[in-house]
Design a protein around this ligand. Structure first.
Ligand code: GAL
Length: 326
């Protein structure tokens, strides 16, 4: 499989798992991501070997079941009426009644042991403009079933855009760009993973970081991020925790990848046990652009290496450097 080219599932269809995430369940790696075809929001594929990818389900769509949770003032709608004459410079999708579909971005799924549910966190926009800046939550009993949508909201009133989740230190975190993308907020999740319980850290003040992707190696946490230039790629950055704690001190950001991060933006980092060793893979999106160009989006996957200071780096090859490869 080549970086920056379309990848296909075992049915011969283009894999739509942009801004995605991989969760390992038993022997399978479940790959979730944005799918803007038809009425779809999030699709799920699975693989054991990273050579073939089986399409499993459109796990979140405009017709997904909706169920309120104990959270109040939550927007349960995935569709909005289109005000007349509104400028449209995004990709505006509509259902059969002309209602505009939401934009669901960067979906991430964790398994919550306390409830036995798979819980999805994502970035919600109303599909008209980029002013909602909400996070949204859905859950399911199985990794690839029909997720039930629980609505979108501003965590503790904060705007919330590019996001990720991270399980570490016995905690689960939701992380998102806030204050107009200026800072990165780290929230601890509630024990059912359905809400945020606390703000444990605000990182990278006024550094305009997007596309966060966390991982742990040895005693330290790492985060990869991009700069903030919309669909256009920019210089990636990496930072490392200094005290082995997410909520402790962090290093400054140093460069990760080249000035365009090899024409990609981080979506997540996958940790894989391979031949008795822990390996790390950078999964990035090579975005096609706004509007219909979005459908040209592809993936860049590169194995992460570590330099003498234990900082991560990647080297570009045309072949994707997928797990269990050569
Ligand atoms: C990027 C972001 C994407 C998407 C895009 C829209 O910066 O990482 O997830 O939101 O902007 O312009």
């Amino acid at each position: 499989m080549k970086n920056g080219q379309f990848w296909y599932d075992t049915d011969g269809n283009i894999i739509h798992a942009h801004g995605g995430w991989i969760l390992k369940v038993d022997d399978y790696y479940y790959w979730y991501g944005e799918d803007r075809t038809d009425l779809n929001f999030v699709s799920c594929y699975r693989t054991k070997d990273f050579k073939t990818f089986e399409f499993r389900n459109h796990v979140l769509t405009a017709n997904s079941p909706v169920k309120a949770s104990y959270l109040r003032s939550v927007n349960l709608s995935l569709k909005t009426e289109e005000p007349e004459g509104t400028p449209n410079n995004q990709l505006r999708r509509k259902d059969e009644n002309g209602l505009v579909l939401a934009n669901i971005e960067r979906p991430k799924v964790l398994y919550c042991k306390a409830t036995g549910k798979y819980v999805m966190w994502m970035h919600f926009e109303n599909g008209l403009n980029y002013s909602s800046a909400c996070c949204a939550v859905a859950s399911c009993d199985t990794p690839d079933g029909d997720f039930v949508y629980h609505g979108s909201f501003n965590p503790f009133g904060n705007d919330s855009r590019d996001c990720t989740v991270y399980e570490a230190d016995g905690e689960a975190y939701f992380v998102s760009s806030s204050r107009g993308n200026k800072d990165l907020y780290v929230y601890r999740l509630t024990e059912d993973y359905r809400s945020v319980e606390d703000t444990v850290k605000i990182m990278f003040q006024n550094q305009l970081r997007e596309a966060p992707a966390f991982f742990q190696k040895d005693e330290q946490h790492y985060v990869l991020t991009s700069g903030c230039t919309g669909w256009n790629p920019n210089q990636g950055g990496a930072a490392v925790s200094r005290e082995g704690r997410v909520d402790g001190k962090w290093s400054l950001i140093s460069n990760f990848g080249d000035e365009t991060t090899f024409y990609s933006q981080p979506s997540f980092v996958l940790r894989v046990e391979e031949n008795g060793k822990t390996e790390y893979y950078y999964f990035g999106d090579r975005w096609g652009g706004r509007g219909e160009l979005y459908f040209n989006s592809t993936y860049v996957v590169l194995k992460i290496k570590f330099d003498e200071n234990n900082m991560p780096y990647i080297e570009y090859t045309e072949d994707a450097q997928l797990p269990f490869g050569k």
